[in-house]
Design a binder for this molecule. Structure first.
Ligand SMILES: [Zn+2]
Ligand SMILES: [Zn+2]
Length: 355
């Protein structure tokens, strides 16, 4: 029996450039009904904060990772999210490949953060995209980052003001170039899984007389999350639960859900072979064909993607079944209308089919 838990894997506190404290994040995560959060301060691994936090009958598990980049590089590109290395790695940041190697050798998991992160010159915000695409050995990409998408909309001050006051109008999907980069890597036969993140900082900003927190942690924790499928429910034991969560993330047993329009809890994508049934992140031999099965929690436009191509599309569907015979990575997207626009809602990890 699989259990689905919902968490956020990218956020900052006062230990780097965030505004909130760990307690504020825990409170916001409890308000947003998250099961876990992972704090990823810039270039500092803050130990000793990992714990369950409680509010009434609710609880949330707070864990700590790190977001590392080379602070002497201008502009400061190549941000790497590292989980479970359980030691400081910022000293290796000058070379992205050795940083990844160190993370992996320490038993950690490495995801390239906000692979596309456009500049916002009107606000002196630099482009912090990933540029060192020759690196190997990382586990995946942060496919969808809320704050990078917000940055992409800051072309002038009136527009910035509009989105600052209407944050539910911001997210419409991962950047096309990140999706096509991912599909390209998958087509090369690489196993590259994805997560989504808020990149929450909780920063108060001012524009003339207007003051606003861009954006509150609790808002962002209701937006782009990572839903993780674990074999046993969380136990309340910090060590046991962190292992369940990160074993699943390492294997790609998760999907990216934009929970603001409607909760993405209950999404299901599996592949049924002759003898075996596998889920996201797993591999299966094709033999005589494999049946892909999808279920979404409410009617959506469901798209099956293979080798960078939309293989099939079902509009207004709740479930779909499709048989395939070609090897490669298969992934699902689901889109729904929200606030005047069809928006990305669910991005699955791939199921990898082999000959
Ligand atoms: Zn970053
Ligand atoms: Zn960040």
């Amino acid at each position: 029996m699989t259990h689905e838990i919902v968490g956020n894997l990218h956020m900052h506190t006062r230990y780097s450039d965030g505004h909130g404290r760990h307690e504020d994040i825990a409170r916001a995560a409890l308000d947003a009904d998250l099961d876990f959060v992972v704090v990823t301060d810039h270039n500092v691994w803050v130990s000793g904060m990992d714990n369950y936090y409680y509010l009434g009958s609710k609880r949330v598990l707070m864990l700590t990772g790190e977001e590392v980049h080379d602070q002497s590089r201008q502009p400061q590109k190549n941000h790497l999210l590292i989980y479970e290395a359980k030691r400081e790695l910022a000293q290796y940041a000058t070379d992205p490949q050795s940083l990844i190697n160190q993370a992996v050798e320490s038993g950690g998991i490495a995801f390239l953060a906000h692979p596309t992160d456009p500049a916002a010159p009107a606000f002196n915000e630099e482009d912090l995209s990933w540029v060192s695409w020759d690196v190997r050995g990382y586990h995946g990409l942060e496919l969808w980052n809320f704050m990078s998408e917000f940055k992409s909309l800051l072309s002038n001050k009136p527009k910035a003001l509009f989105y600052a006051y209407n944050p539910s109008m911001i997210a419409s999907g991962p950047f096309k170039e990140v999706l096509s980069r991912w599909d390209q890597l998958l087509s090369e036969g690489r196993k590259v899984n994805v997560i989504g993140g808020s990149d929450a900082h909780g920063t108060p900003m001012s524009m003339g007389p207007l003051h606003r927190i861009i954006f509150p942690y609790a808002f962002l924790f209701r937006a782009i999350n990572t839903h993780v499928l674990i074999p046993e429910a969380l136990s309340g034991d910090v060590q046991r639960d962190r292992e369940r969560i990160f074993t699943a993330i390492r294997r790609g047993h998760c999907f990216v859900g934009y929970d603001l329009p409607a909760s993405t809890r209950g999404f299901h994508f599996n592949a049924q072979g002759e003898h075996e049934d596998v889920s996201m992140g797993e591999s299966l031999k094709i033999r005589f064909g494999v049946t892909l099965q999808v279920r979404v929690p409410q009617a959506a436009s469901i798209r099956l993607i293979h080798a960078g191509r939309e293989l099939q599309r079902w509009d207004g569907a709740l479930t779909t079944v499709h048989t395939v015979t070609e090897p490669g990575a298969y992934r699902i997207e689901a889109h729904i209308p929200y606030r005047g626009k069809v928006r990305g809602w669910i991005y699955s990890n791939p199921i990898y089919l082999t000959n």
